[in-house]
Write a protein that binds this ligand. Structure first.
Ligand SMILES: [Zn+2]
Ligand SMILES: [Zn+2]
Length: 229
């Protein structure tokens, strides 16, 4: 043990802090992957739908703006483990895209319904002349909300979940490489046992509570002093 190192923080609290950071990180990964999966599912589900002769015709999001959501989500999922802040950005972007375009997709579909209705209008007026039932494939037109599918909202929820997961993972990673006493942060490549700024003990790996020797996962006894760990 270095002569100048302080031990005012008990090694147990340093270990506790390390465990908490680890837990936070893995919570972030779980949340992020769950959110990303939900966002991908939302992108594939219908963003808009219309009933043709009573049969529902769904329009998957992936054929429209859902493709952008799917792309940002894939970027978020790929960067979640090593660059969680990029995952936060990707999740928020995907959610934002889903929320801002869901009405556009529905309005676009309604526009197509209107143009088909217009195209068959002359046929219908001729049918009316000979006292026949008009062709009515869409049961009337509008409002836009009638054409909305559930996909975009699910994609948005998933995107925010991915962003939240990225945030938690980042917080955990930062906590793992910062001092609990003075708050100083070191680079990811360093694995110090003592803070480079204030000299307090930091646990980058779990340490023996008696002699502060590093422990390996599953160790029941310290290999340095023989005490129960
Ligand atoms: Zn410190
Ligand atoms: Zn020991």
């Amino acid at each position: 043990m270095p002569r100048n190192a302080k031990t005012s923080t008990s090694p147990l609290s340093a270990v506790k802090r390390h465990r908490r950071a680890h837990w936070l990180r893995w919570c972030g990964y779980a949340f992020g992957f769950l959110g990303g999966g939900t966002a991908l599912l939302g992108a594939i589900l219908p963003w808009a739908q219309v009933a043709v002769f009573g049969l529902p015709l769904p329009l998957t999001g992936i054929l429209t703006y859902g493709a952008i959501c799917a792309a940002t989500t894939v970027i978020g999922l790929l960067t979640l483990r090593n660059f969680p802040l990029i995952a936060v950005l990707a999740g928020v972007l995907g959610a934002f895209c889903a929320l801002t375009t869901r009405n556009l997709v529905a309005r676009d579909l309604m526009g197509r319904v209107i143009s088909i209705e217009r195209a068959i209008a002359p046929v219908n007026s001729r049918l009316a002349q000979v006292a026949l039932e008009p062709i009515e494939p869409f049961e009337g037109i509008g409002p836009v909300s009638r054409y909305l599918g559930p996909g975009a909202l699910i994609a948005a929820v998933g995107g925010f979940g991915l962003a939240a997961g990225g945030g938690l993972a980042f917080a955990g990673m930062r906590m793992q490489r910062s001092c609990g006493v003075c708050g100083s942060v070191w680079s990811d490549s360093r694995r110090p046992n003592f803070c480079p700024n204030c000299g307090n003990e930091v646990a980058s790996t779990p340490l023996c509570r008696h002699c502060h020797a590093p422990l390996v996962k599953g160790d029941k006894f310290c290999v340095e002093c023989g005490n129960q760990s």
